[in-house]
Write a new protein. Structure first.
Length: 228
């Protein structure tokens, strides 16, 4: 069931201006009956200013009269409060994290200079003026700004940051190039040659140790300067 926009303030008004039961008010406002009792007894933690649900078009006078006439009647809300949806503008950032924005912006500018100011604005939820001030070090608090990963600060997600980096790299034409495999054969041959030489050196050292081959002794002595 939908509830009034300000349930405690609405309950306070209903207590003061109607003869509805505490149970009816609690049911309508989505509160516990003891909360309504505390409001009625002025023992609530905060003194509330009543909010008229009739003027707010959340309850009609007819509904109130039906409830007052029948204690078992459940009040019906006229309409639910409209939910405000943000469709434009920068990303919303909680107040507790807003002081971290300059640090996150500085980190992106330092580590990903290819990302445009517009993309940074979308990631962090800031203005281009602020970004420009940090970029040219004219920001009023520049002495106290320390670059910090905005993902760690909780200002954006790793996926969004990676997407912004990839998009900026693509726009700048600096995407990762395919690996050149033309020299793979030569590389493998060189590795095989080095392994063969290492194996032969080990054999020569063993032969020299047993005195089997004078040539091997010479090669081993040459390969191992500590035997000279």
């Amino acid at each position: 069931m939908a509830q009034p926009l300000m349930p405690h303030a609405t309950a306070s008004w209903l207590v003061d201006n109607t003869s509805l039961s505490f149970s009816q008010i609690a049911d309508f406002c989505g509160l516990h009956v003891l909360e309504v009792q505390a409001i009625a007894d002025d023992t609530a933690a905060t003194k509330l200013t009543g909010r008229d649900p009739v003027r707010a078009h959340e309850l009609t006078q007819d509904e109130i009269e039906k409830g007052q006439a029948n204690p078992d009647y459940r009040l019906q809300i006229s309409k639910g409060p409209e939910q405000v949806r943000r469709t434009k503008g920068p990303r919303y950032t909680p107040v507790s994290k807003r002081q971290d924005k300059p640090d996150g912006i500085a980190w992106i500018i330092r580590n990903h200079p290819e990302i445009s100011d517009g993309a940074i604005s979308n990631l962090i939820g800031t203005t281009r003026t602020t970004i420009a001030a940090i970029r040219d070090r004219s920001h009023w608090n520049i002495a106290n700004i320390t670059p910090k990963d905005p993902v760690t600060l909780g200002l954006t997600s790793q996926r969004e940051l990676d997407a912004a980096v990839a998009k900026a790299a693509k726009a700048a034409g600096t995407e990762a190039q395919p690996t050149d495999t033309r020299l793979e054969g030569d590389r493998e041959a060189l590795i095989a040659q080095l392994q063969a030489e290492r194996t032969q050196s080990s054999r020569d050292a063993d032969a020299a140790a047993h005195g089997d081959d004078p040539a091997a002794q010479a090669r081993a002595l040459f390969d191992d300067p500590f035997r000279r």
